[in-house]
Design a protein around this ligand. Sequence first.
Ligand code: ASP
Length: 319
Amino acid sequence: MCSHDNHLYAVAVHGGSGHYSRNQFSQQERQAYRTGLERALRAAEAVLKTGGAALDAVQSAVAALEDDALFNAGCGAVLNAGGIAELDAAIMDGTTLKAGAVAGMKTTRNPVRAARAVMEHSPHVFLHGSDADAFASRQGLTQVDNAYFVTVARELQLAEAQARGETFSISKFGTVGAVARDRLGNIAAATSTGGMTNKLPGRVSDSAVIGAGVYASRHGCAVAGSGHGEFFIRLAVGKDISGRIEYGHQTLADAANHVIHTSLASLGGEGGVIAIDARGTIVIAMNTAGMFRGVLKESGEPETGIYADEALSRSPASL
Ligand code: ASP
């Protein structure tokens, strides 16, 4: 999937990749996911259409997905082996290469806002654990009890994973992410996640690791990933895709497809990415059966899709 829109804004979001079978979701559930993606696209659009920055757009899109209990980020995040939601997020500006990241947060309602605060209001890039929550609180970000993030569906998922003796539940990665290009040609990326079901407490996701599940450089591209994070970290997926463009002079499509279908696949890793370059080209690549994803371009309407072999389209409820 590929398109060019010079001097126009564009945004792509994802709600996680996974091995989704055709009969896994009811029509109603599919629509609910698509509505959530559309809401995130509209949140980004509200920023971009008034001339706002790509950085603000990706933060708004990811915050909207964090607030939607269907997705594995913020409210509705998956649970660690102790039944606790431990949240990771990151944000990066492709123009300045400034970045902020947080890991292991337990009380900050919107971790992506905390990542942005780390980027803008600390001398650091990466904060973790209770100190990250304390920092976010000092920045005036809303704090909640950890129970706020926990849903019945995630408790059931954890119980099932533990009954099967799974360390991770790899059939579905519901991490969220966004990439955007604003009218000035700036690009940015943001991600947020609860990580993987039944993960060891303290495990950090690729979604919080700059260069792995998230990266942005105007010389290359902005990337937000979803998949088995250990592989994304080992391969520095985001930086590799961007670097292939910057130093290897590959197209965005060639770079993203190579890293997902060759590098990731050859290690046995699974997942996908959404990516955008400074011209507004959007590429989505995955080696899973699906990825909740959506795209919105200037003067266009939100288009979403779930399965790998399906073209993005307007969802029935948005027509
Ligand atoms: N990448 C995430 C992780 O490994 C999982 C996901 O994409 O949902 O924590």
